[in-house]
Design a protein around this ligand. Structure first.
Ligand SMILES: *[C@@H]1O[C@H](CO)[C@@H](O)[C@H](O)[C@H]1NC(C)=O
Ligand SMILES: *[C@@H]1O[C@H](CO)[C@@H](O)[C@H](O)[C@H]1NC(C)=O
Ligand SMILES: *[C@@H]1O[C@H](CO)[C@@H](O)[C@H](O)[C@H]1NC(C)=O
Ligand SMILES: *[C@@H]1O[C@H](CO)[C@@H](O)[C@H](O)[C@H]1NC(C)=O
Ligand SMILES: *[C@@H]1O[C@H](CO)[C@@H](O)[C@H](O)[C@H]1NC(C)=O
Ligand SMILES: *[C@@H]1O[C@H](CO)[C@@H](O)[C@H](O)[C@H]1NC(C)=O
Ligand SMILES: *[C@@H]1O[C@H](CO)[C@@H](O)[C@H](O)[C@H]1NC(C)=O
Ligand SMILES: *[C@@H]1O[C@H](CO)[C@@H](O)[C@H](O)[C@H]1NC(C)=O
Ligand SMILES: [Cu+2]
Length: 612
């Protein structure tokens, strides 16, 4: 009896599956990626990465179940590229994930690569270049997956996609080299010149009274998180990073780079006013705030185009006093319960420190991610039985081999005074603990030493933990996440601040390598991309195809400072040189004037905590 019922159910589900796949379509694009000129902030014309001569880039929209095929030709002439489909699990298609030297070779100018995968997820995503730092030059845009079954479909009338981002006037290749540099021992990140709202400014979003609108909000920036609110309107959060959540009333969000929120906004019944949509850049991330940088921006929920469009009245003097909703408290719509105690725990601590060349780097447990000579996925595929031995992936890719279907816990402690939005490829994860929480105490751990996670003294874990793919690590605080290793692949775990990624704030998870070997196959054009760039597509991290345990010649992080020589020493040295140099210049010009050198408060505090 029971088995015949089961048989019937199986049969029915097969029929449904079939119906679904018959409706699914292939969405195909040919993208010729070239430089074009744009001026989104009205302040400066610059070269940006365009697709088929166009910028802003096309928003990609698919239905759940569709196959997405993007044939990308790199027509930039002077820059390699690749595309990461941020938030896509790439289950069975790890080779389509996009990060250079993790799952593929960079696509050099003049060559092509075809991304081809099926989308079996719902919600709000984005795509961006994932080779060195290439996305801040404009190579990033929204990716929307429509779901005819979403529980909130009948709760709104119309939807809008809205991105926000930081924006630089200079090409990243022009500012990058002076960032990781002896002359910048504090690791001060380059300052953006503007903050864009949907790749422009001063936008009016036209609405009607007594209606509900869904806004898909995406921070596609490379560095700065933004607060978001609409004057005199609250809203309901219904999705984060592709995970539907129980509707949750809120009025201020903090959206870190790479995070997404879908919210429902119900309009007022009267339509004689327009209301500022306010975005405020998280100035706590900026080492200095130039007087001409507009941190807060006003756009409008426009009820009446002919009425006034007032500027926002700022509620607080500084952004950090805004009190955003804490995403840890969201409950996924699917009520996936707390995962059991982990089979594998990865316990890592973030620090920022100078290495022997005097430049500032970022570390997870003293390792600053340094790319291997062979993409890690290709090492998995060429190493046979040795694929389960983490040594072959090289010490400086910071590899962890995960067993198939293990429950994995990552404890991330922050020995640094900055916030770091961490992203895991290939999964979303349960957020089981974060301290300090969002709100007035978010910076409270800065009053003392960093507070690492203590497994024997933590708050009760949520019954149905929030899940997402990018989570903010608080200054000097910690977070703990869990996921099931049910998606064989090589997955990058990294800070999504592109500057910090370039400083090495990343590690590599090699999930179920034997299952990767069974499931993932590489198309010829993908290996061809390696050959076009003169790179190997077989071997260990050092490119050794004979002896996978011989890592001689692997890429290594810069050597540590000699014992006794501290960051502080370098900073003092550099600043005294700068001061002396400036001093001389001043003396030349003015005869004699005092000079104040502003040190980064952030780094000062950071060093004290590094020695624990
Ligand atoms: C890409 O666009 C550039 C500039 O318009 C053009 O010169 C080139 O032929 C195009 N390449 C391909 C493969 O379409
Ligand atoms: C946006 O509005 C401000 C203030 O009115 C104006 O100075 C600026 O030029 C506008 N920018 C763009 C890109 O429209
Ligand atoms: C934001 O920009 C995208 C791409 O240009 C566009 O498709 C979308 O409609 C814009 N959103 C709004 C609310 O105007
Ligand atoms: C995706 O959509 C389906 C159907 O609407 C829903 O049941 C499922 O919970 C959604 N997945 C997530 C992760 O929210
Ligand atoms: C808003 O911007 C103005 C001008 O950039 C600045 O003086 C002010 O401090 C900002 N307020 C917040 C809360 O960021
Ligand atoms: C990092 O290096 C320091 C100094 O060499 C050492 O004391 C510490 O234990 C290391 N930390 C980890 C997590 O390996
Ligand atoms: C446990 O954690 C709480 C909150 O962080 C702290 O106040 C308390 O002192 C801790 N207790 C022990 C025994 O460490
Ligand atoms: C990947 O697919 C397998 C089935 O092939 C499934 O069991 C697993 O849950 C999926 N994992 C993710 C993260 O989608
Ligand atoms: Cu970071």
């Amino acid at each position: 009896m029971a088995s015949s019922v089961r048989g019937l159910l199986l049969c029915l589900s097969a029929v449904f599956f079939c119906l679904q796949c018959c409706q699914a379509k292939t969405v195909q694009f040919d993208w010729n990626v070239t430089w074009v000129t744009a001026n989104p902030d009205g302040l400066y014309d610059r070269k940006v990465v365009g697709i088929n001569g166009q910028w802003p880039l096309p928003v990609v929209e698919v239905n759940k179940g569709d196959r997405l095929v993007v044939n990308m030709y790199n027509g930039l002439g002077d820059k390699s590229a690749s595309i990461h489909w941020h938030g896509m699990f790439q289950n069975g298609t790890n080779n389509m994930d996009g990060p250079s030297m993790v799952t593929q070779c960079p696509i050099v100018p003049g060559s092509s690569f075809t991304y081809d995968f099926t989308v079996n997820q719902n919600g709000t995503y984005w795509y961006h270049c994932h080779t060195n730092y290439c996305y801040p030059d404009g190579y990033r845009q929204a990716l929307i997956v429509h779901d005819t079954e979403a529980y909130f479909n009948d709760m709104y009338d119309e939807e809008f996609t809205v991105t926000m981002s930081d924006w630089y006037h200079e090409l990243i290749e022009d500012i990058g080299p002076s960032f990781i540099n002896l002359a910048n021992p504090t690791g001060a990140e380059p300052l953006p010149n503007a903050f864009l709202f949907n790749d422009t400014l001063n936008t009016s979003i036209s609405v009607q009274p007594d209606k509900t609108y869904m806004f898909r909000l995406i921070n596609i920036g490379a560095f700065v998180g933004q607060y978001f609110y609409i004057e005199d309107h609250s809203f309901r959060i219904v999705e984060i990073d592709g995970v539907y959540v129980e509707p949750q009333e809120a009025d201020i969000l903090y959206i870190a780079v790479a995070q997404r929120y879908s919210i429902l906004v119900t309009t007022k019944s009267t339509a004689n006013k327009n209301f500022p949509i306010v975005t405020v850049a998280d100035s706590a991330l900026l080492d200095t705030i130039p007087s001409n940088l507009q941190l807060n921006n006003t756009n409008w929920l426009e009820y009446d185009a002919s009425a006034a469009h007032p500027q926002a009245v700022m509620k607080v003097a500084v952004a950090t006093e805004l009190n955003p909703f804490d995403d840890v408290n969201l409950v996924p719509w699917d009520h996936e319960p707390l995962l059991p105690d982990p089979d594998l725990t990865i316990d890592v601590t973030v620090i920022m420190q100078d290495l022997g060349n005097g430049a500032s780097y970022a570390f997870l447990n003293n390792i600053s991610y340094t790319k291997p000579k062979v993409p890690t996925l290709y090492s998995v595929l060429s190493s046979g039985d040795l694929s389960t031995n983490s040594e072959i992936y090289g010490e400086f890719t910071h590899p962890y081999v995960l067993g198939h279907n293990q429950v994995v816990e990552i404890i991330l402690n922050n020995g640094d005074t900055g916030t770091h939005p961490f992203h895991l490829h290939g999964h979303n994860f349960q957020v089981i603990e974060r301290a300090p929480p969002y709100g007035p105490n978010f910076y409270s751990y800065l009053n003392g030493d960093p507070v690492p996670y203590n497994p024997s003294n933590h708050t009760a874990f949520p019954k149905y933990p929030a899940r997402r793919d990018t989570l903010v690590l608080p200054p000097q605080g910690h977070f703990v996440i869990r996921f099931v290793a049910d998606n064989p692949g090589v997955w990058f775990f990294h800070c999504h601040i592109d500057w910090h990624l370039s400083q090495g704030l990343a590690m590599t998870l090699i999930e179920a390598p034997q299952q990767i070997q069974e499931r993932v196959s590489i198309a010829e054009d993908q290996y061809a991309a390696c050959r076009a760039g003169g790179m190997q597509h077989e071997g260990n991290a050092a490119g050794n195809t004979e002896d996978f345990l011989d890592l001689q010649g692997q890429n290594k992080q810069v050597k540590w400072l000699p014992a006794g020589f501290t960051d502080r020493g370098i900073i003092a040295l550099v600043f005294s040189c700068v001061a002396a140099f400036c001093g001389m210049a001043f003396i030349t010009v003015y005869g004699m004037t005092g000079l104040e050198t502003k040190k980064s408060k952030k780094r000062e505090a950071g060093e004290d905590s590094n020695s624990n």
